[in-house]
Every structure is written in structure tokens, then in C-alpha cells.
Design a protein around this ligand. Structure first.
Ligand SMILES: Cc1cc2nc3c(=O)[nH]c(=O)nc-3n(C[C@H](O)[C@H](O)[C@H](O)COP(=O)(O)O)c2cc1C
Length: 320
């Protein structure tokens, strides 16, 4: 999720679930080709399974970027056909590509020919007034013929004009029925549902009808949502981590990153929701928010924030 997630966030989420598939935020093809490639593609081996999401519209460029992603070690290349921001539209990619199904099919075919890892597409159920089921089915059919491995469908349409990206994630109604019908009509194609899923119970319900569920905002705000995923959906019943232990396991990573010059706050901003709904959540957030940006701040900020939690033996030493 652009401006929200990054590799530090993914490493942290991986400490909570070993199996959930993680996605990068959208990386623009032009930036990969002309910009700071190493920084944009960088990830830690612990983040697998990991998909690289690309933004672009030129089949040849996308194929080249897909190859870069594969060479760098990603497990999947995902093409963004769902982002409605003006910035993206001016580059003629993102959600507006839903109006150019043939171009998306050509892009998928080019990427499919360029790499051996999975090539997937994330799209909406429609854009503007082009929101009939038949349009979505035609789009899907072309991508299937082009060799797409899976489709992740954000179950609401996007308005290309007049709504902000935020409104486009809230205002158009969710139409899960459209995604279910797509799966019924394309039984051989992997279809994943996205949009508005906030609990694992809800995810489980969807999984009776589709092959996968992608969760965005709910996990970012409440990362502990992932804690039950391995047991429930991957049949892996390794002992559940404790929230506090996750932070302790994260500290060596933080030390390494600080040593590379990464500011503490860049990493800790992803941790604010870890104790959501638990006693001490506010003190946890406050300690991090007030102290992580200070000059020279290090892992001791997290130790102090942990000490603020009521179950902590040292909570008396909390100065947050
Ligand atoms: C801040 C923010 C940034 C986002 N950036 C991306 C992005 O880079 N690529 C993408 O496919 N979706 C992006 N999305 C959309 C989410 O992936 C997801 O489709 C949408 O939020 C609906 O799912 P949710 O209700 O589970 O959050 C973003 C969402 C937010 C809130």
C-alpha cells in the first residue's frame, strides 16, 4: 500500500505469520528502469512468499521489470489495474487500464513469456459507467487467454474522476457477488477477493466461494489479525507468537537497519497497531510516537514502550 507499507512493515508482518503472502506497494515501471532500482526492489529473504506489484502499461517495459523482479528473487509479479489516483492515470496505468483490456492482455502475455514465476493482476470490478458484469467477464477472459495465473479483484468499482483515492476505497459499494460469479464462470482461473475484509471469519466465508482473500487496511491497522492465519488456513500449528515476543524478535532487524542509517521512526510507524484493543495500547503508541523520531533514538524506545504495557513486570518504569 503506497505510502503505508514498505519492506520494514513486511518483515514485521512475517514475524506474525509464516505463510501469508505479502505484496509490495506498487512500484512504477519507469522508476525501476530509470530510478533507484536496488532500493525499490530491496527485500529481506525472510519476507517470502513475496509478490512484486508493478505499475505500468507498456508490455515491453512490464516484461523487462517482471524479469528484474524474478532475477531479484520475488515469487510473483502482480500488475496493478486498480489504482485510480490522478498521478497514475496521467501515466495511463492503474485502474484506467480496465478500459484497455487488450493492452492489459498484451502486458500479461509479455510478462508471462518473460518469467517463470506467477504473473497475476489486481483489478476492480469496473470503472465509471463501465461496470457491467459482462465487461468484467470479458476482461477476465482475455487475461486468462493471455496466461494470467490469478486475478485479485477489489470488489468495488472506481470512479476515475471526482473521487479521491481514499473515497474510491470507501464510497463505491462492495459487490462480492460479482467476484463470486466470476469464480463460477471461470472455475479454472484462480480468483482472489479483496475489499472490506476485516476478520478471519469473514475471510473464511469468502474462501467457500473464491480461492483467496487479500486484506489491506485491516491488517495494517491491526497486524495481530494475522496471528491465527497459519493455524487456520495453512494447517501449521506452530505455537502462536506473543505480541511482546514479536517485538523482541524484531529488535535485531531494527539494530541492523539503524546501522545502515534507516531512521527508527521509519520502522516503528508500522508497529503502532500491534496492541490494538489491548490494555496499554495507548501508552504503547504514545511512547513510540513521542520518542522514535528523536535524534539518536534506538531500540530502547521499544523496550520502554513494552514496559508501559500493564502485563509488563517493569511497567512501573514506564516514562511514556
Ligand atoms: C494508503 C493505501 C495505499 C494503497 N496502495 C495500493 C497499492 O500500491 N497497490 C494496490 O494494489 N492497492 C493499493 N491500495 C488498495 C488496497 O490494496 C486495497 O485494494 C484496498 O484498500 C481495499 O482492501 P482493504 O479493504 O482490505 O483495505 C492502497 C490502499 C491504501 C489505504
Amino acid at each position: 500500500m503506497l505510502d503505508w507499507t514498505d519492506r520494514h512493515c513486511r518483515y514485521f508482518l512475517r514475524l506474525i505469520s509464516r505463510h501469508v503472502r505479502l505484496y509490495t506497494e506498487m512500484v512504477a515501471c519507469a522508476a525501476l528502469i530509470h530510478g533507484e532500482r536496488e532500493r525499490l526492489l530491496r527485500f529481506d529473504a525472510a519476507e517470502h512468499p513475496l509478490a512484486l506489484q508493478l505499475g505500468g502499461s507498456e508490455p515491453e517495459e512490464l516484461a523487462r521489470c517482471a524479469r528484474l523482479g524474478q532475477e531479484r528473487g520475488y515469487d510473483e509479479i502482480n500488475l496493478n489495474v486498480g489504482c485510480p489516483s490522478d498521478r497514475v492515470q496521467s501515466g495511463r496505468f492503474g485502474a484506467c487500464l480496465m478500459l484497455e483490456p487488450q493492452r492489459v492482455a498484451e502486458a500479461v502475455a509479455a510478462m508471462r513469456a518473460a518469467v517463470s514465476i506467477a504473473v497475476t493482476v489486481k483489478c476492480r470490478i469496473g470503472v465509471d459507467e463501465h461496470d457491467h458484469y459482462e465487461t468484467l467477464a470479458d476482461f477476465t477472459s482475455r487475461l486468462q487467454q493471455a496466461g494470467v495465473d490469478a486475478l485479485i479483484v477489489h470488489a468495488r468499482k472506481a470512479w476515475l474522476q471526482g473521487l479521491s483515492p481514499k473515497q474510491n476505497r470507501e464510497v463505491p459499494p462492495l459487490r462480492y457477488d460479482r467476484v463470486y460469479r466470476l469464480k463460477e464462470d471461470f472455475p479454472d482461473l484462480e480468483i482472489h477477493l479483496n475489499g472490506g475484509v476485516t476478520t478471519l471469519d469473514a475471510a473464511q466465508e469468502h474462501l467457500y466461494r473464491v480461492d483467496g482473500v487479500m486484506i489491506g487496511r485491516a491488517v495494517y491497522h491491526d497486524p495481530w489479525l494475522l496471528a491465527e492465519v497459519d493455524r487456520r488456513f495453512a494447517g501449521d500449528d506452530h505455537p502462536l507468537p506473543e505480541r511482546r515476543q514479536v517485538i523482541l524478535d524484531y529488535l535485531p532487524y531494527i539494530e541492523t537497519e539503524l546501522g545502515r542509517g534507516t531512521p527508527l521512526q521509519t520502522i516503528t510507524r508500522h508497529l503502532l497497531g500491534l496492541f490494538k484493543g489491548r490494555p496499554g495500547a495507548r501508552a504503547w503508541r504514545r511512547t513510540i510516537s513521542e520518542q522514535a523520531h528523536r535524534k539518536g533514538a534506538g531500540p530502547e524506545v521499544l523496550e520502554r514502550a513494552l514496559a508501559c504495557l500493564p502485563e509488563s513486570a517493569s511497567s512501573r518504569s514506564c516514562d511514556g
